[in-house]
Design a protein around this ligand. Sequence first.
Ligand SMILES: Cc1cc2nc3c(=O)[nH]c(=O)nc-3n(C[C@H](O)[C@H](O)[C@H](O)COP(=O)(O)O)c2cc1C
Length: 515
Amino acid sequence: MRLARGHLLLGINDEALLAGAREVEAALRQALVEHGLTDEFEVIETGDTGFTGQGVTLVVHPDRVAYGNLGVADVQEIVTEHLLKGRPVERLVLHLPDPADKGSERIVLKNCGLIDPDSLEEAIAVGAYGAMAKIVEEHIPPAAVIDLVKESGLRGRGGAGFPTGLKWSFTAKGEQVYIICNADEGEPGTFKDRLILEGDPHRLIEGMMIAGYAVGASKGYIYIRGEYTLSIERMQRAIDSAREAGLLGQGILESEFAFDLEIKKGAGAYVCGEETSLIESIEGKRGFPRLKPPYPGAVGLWDKPTVVNNVETLANVPPIILHGPEWFRSFGTASCPGTKVYTILGHVNKPGLAEAEMGTTLKHIIDEYGGGIEDDKKFKGALIGGAAGAFVCPDCLDKPMDFDGLQELAAVLGSGAVLVFNEDASIVEMLDGILSFFKHESCGQCAPCRGGTRALKTIIGRIREGKGQPGDLDQMVEIAGTMQAMSLCPLGQSAILPITSALRHFKNEFEAAIA
Ligand SMILES: Cc1cc2nc3c(=O)[nH]c(=O)nc-3n(C[C@H](O)[C@H](O)[C@H](O)COP(=O)(O)O)c2cc1C
């Protein structure tokens, strides 16, 4: 890796490409040549820089100044003002670091936006495969790896927060065991896994490799939603380069351990994020959920023991092995150690991604990472955890957010999607959108979900149109309650949460719409 004084990190994701990132890149490279700055600054194509809806973004390191909505015409000014004179171009600035801020500690996204995701060399330079090397060098047996993950307190980041080490310890032994990484990321408002896949693919490979070593799996699948074309390309290139370097395949790092990976593309069904539907989908069948038990740990892919973990969960594993469980426990809360990657959307000044310690308050997430409420309006509430999540109101702003803290508020952390809305938002319209989504995404296999999602959509639709009837709200709760009790999988079971939470905090709006 060539050493340069500064790094110019250019976000290259689908949004940036559509906004002309390649043209900006060419102009930037040309300007560096013109001003004799090629030894001083290196342009690095990175994945998502963490800013959403800001077109072409550029982060200047080590200054940590972020620019957005860049066009070719802005490049000369950035080079002459910022790079040559050290004066950030204010009109283009998205983020200026606070001098007092020493930089919040990132675990999962540590390398995202700092390395070229297509370079194995750069990944290794920032520590990739160091945790696996430690396991091999120190002859740490699989059971001890599971114990380390158990002691760390890591809980699954796919939504349910199930303890990862415990899941691994429940996995049956067998001649063929599989690891599946769930990168379906279908929850509305969630795009955190994409950032990891696009920004630090070797981190995920190493996390899966360690999981494979721990449970005795020699093969892993990464199930990525088909729309994530850039994630799929980058992940494939990373797998190819790791295999070429002997980091995948037989005798990894000169040990006895063999492990390889394959990518499977999802076709965009929400239900296929549910682990057993996902398994059916990989097997080439229609993505219908299976009855549980048996759980995938006993009977999974092709009826073999299988571990299914989320991208963010697996991305936490290498640093846990490298720095130890105590280090990991120094972040977050006692029952939910570590950090959480949030996607912050809605009526905020700076929508995007943030990695914050578990236990961070909603207020802090909105103000510090989301840049506060847009147009100085009043905060009305937030939907946390996506469509299968819950509405919260201003009373919840100062409550610590983690899996358990939110449960106390009858809410869920889920995938970490935070949709913020101001005083102008209509909760009736929002719930209508959510229930349309459920109706559309119900796989239709079981009657309570198939019929229930339709009935819920019909009722909320007529309330929205001003044709609601007395008793509609009670009927919605009753239907969702039946779905919770009778549906085959958590898709149908979770429709109740947005409904009851919306009615708990904003019932007057529904009553007004009916009246
Ligand atoms: C309808 C539905 C959709 C889901 N979508 C996802 C998803 O996109 N990504 C994910 O990691 N987990 C998703 N899950 C949760 C998975 O079933 C599973 O619990 C998770 O992948 C386990 O990983 P973890 O233990 O690392 O959290 C979904 C669950 C349901 C019911």
